[in-house]
Write a protein that binds this ligand. Sequence first.
Ligand SMILES: Nc1ncnc2c1ncn2[C@@H]1O[C@H](COP(=O)(O)OP(=O)(O)O)[C@@H](O)[C@H]1O
Ligand SMILES: O=P(O)(O)OC[C@H](O)CO
Length: 589
Amino acid sequence: MVDGETKKTFPVKAWVDEKILAEGLKMKPELIGSIDNGTSSTRFLLFTPQGKIGASAQVEYTQYFPSGEDKSGWHEHDPVEIWESVVTCIQAVLKELEKAKIKDRPIAAIGITNQRETTIAWDADTGVPYYNAIVWDDLRTTGIADEIAQGNADRFRGKTGLPLASYFAGTKVKWLVDNVPQLRQDLRDREKSSSVRFGTVDSWLLYQLTGTKSRAQGAANFNGMFATDVSNASRWLFLDLKTVQWDQGLVDAICSPHKVPLSALPTIMPSSHHYGVCQSISEIQGVPLTAILGDQQAALFGQCAFDAGKAKCTYGTGLFLMKNTGTRQVASTHGMLTTVAYQIGQKGKVYYALEGSVSHSGSTIQWLRDKLNIIQSAPESESLAKGTQSNEGLYLVPAFAGLFAPHWRSDARACIVGMTASHHKGHICRAALEAACYQAREVFEAIVADSPFDLKSLSVDGGATENRLMMQFQSDMLDLTVIRPEVGETTALGAAFAAGLAVGVWKDLEELNKLRAIKEKFQPSMDARVREKNWQGWQKAVSRSLGWIDSDAVEDTTERAGSLAEMAPYVALTGLALGVGFLLGQRNK
Ligand SMILES: Nc1ncnc2c1ncn2[C@@H]1O[C@H](COP(=O)(O)OP(=O)(O)O)[C@@H](O)[C@H]1O
Ligand SMILES: O=P(O)(O)OC[C@H](O)CO
């Protein structure tokens, strides 16, 4: 589908826990499904009414990194492959149910949770995408964001809660219309324009799941529903956070000179809501789809952080620390995003959150595995790091796609600094794991500065929290207790919670709170002086990564960085990029 890249085939990992299923179904004969499309893989899980995982399937899909210097930092997914990965996982789980002799497929409802901001354009007449999905961390729209910013990246922050950055879906819409002739032509055609659809992955999957016709290739459906939820809608730069509706003025300002009608954007619904029923996969035909949540908001929900003051940090491909601010929108002056957390039902209030988004966390470990080949698997990063006493002065700043929050510096690039001849791959692994923890501390401090709270512990989740060395270091660097929940698949659990609420599997949030169980706690044990020394070292390392890309290579970056200077603690440091620059925007699995 893309120059120099071919579709890969990945094994499906599926399992069933017959004991958990039997126990769960004895108490209540209902299961709740969760479709979780992350950046690296897709999962389908079935939860029991006790909030435990009864069955699961997971499959990776191809990461496309188009080649060529002019495409540096591009990252795409094939929307049809994403859809196929969902079908594969659902069918694999249902086979597992059959093996466990569970009859009648007692699935009460299904929720969808997704990588946010990743943008797809498709033709509703055919169900066929105009172009590949542009992934959230793709850098191609940096110039577009800078141009719209006109030297003020916070131009739309008051209305949208977001800075102008390539990260958000709106800039990707503009790029698609600029660069895909058929899409541009269809938008201009009075009759045809009503068939153009822009959506994040949730909308694409909803459309596919509720579509009634199958195309010849068996992958694309059409006539499906076209909707999204409030949490995903808040990631476009098109949403007015107050009204929680699309704002044509914002769409026009970002897509100019093109005209993108609001009919090309999905209808915004509550997160927990009766969206429709599954049509296109025979095994789950008729099952209601009753939740959509962006994956980070789903993790917040799955951690039962329902109220103002509750927070969580998810360590997946990226890293996202989010604090629920209740029904109040808190404006950030420290590089955080103001975003919608969730809405339960039409009558439910809209909850907001402050979020610190970091582009590389688990993906740095993937890079060690796939590009440096110094580990065979992600867990090996822990055993190798354990072979070292400390980082011994070595730091890795994973600015592969610039630095997201709190810096928002597209001119930064990854570097390893402080190397001596005695360092070995164990130190590099340690530095990669520690980098996620330092970045979590950066965004934690920024959130506290925006919205002070007395947090005694931080709830964590995501694939990389399996790494105990990393979680201990996180606790040490934050000087806080770090808590891992019993159900590690917190994102999927959050979507299942929201779906189950809509069909009465669970009565209310209080009932969900009772299901929460803790697996492990990490207590801080680092000497305060060592903590401070590490922190100083990290800040120095970050200063080395800044300004690596020359201003003529990233349009207007200097101006934009200047306007963001107050928000970022390190921007005052000079951009003496003395470190080793890794111009690697890539991160194959
Ligand atoms: N033991 C581990 N140590 C460090 N990183 C890990 C470990 N296990 C998984 N990871 C990382 O976690 C990420 C996968 O987490 P996941 O929550 O599934 O991500 P996503 O939802 O973004 O697809 C991968 O980037 C992987 O490198
Ligand atoms: O795939 P994840 O879990 O790293 O999440 C991606 C985020 O939703 C991007 O905003």
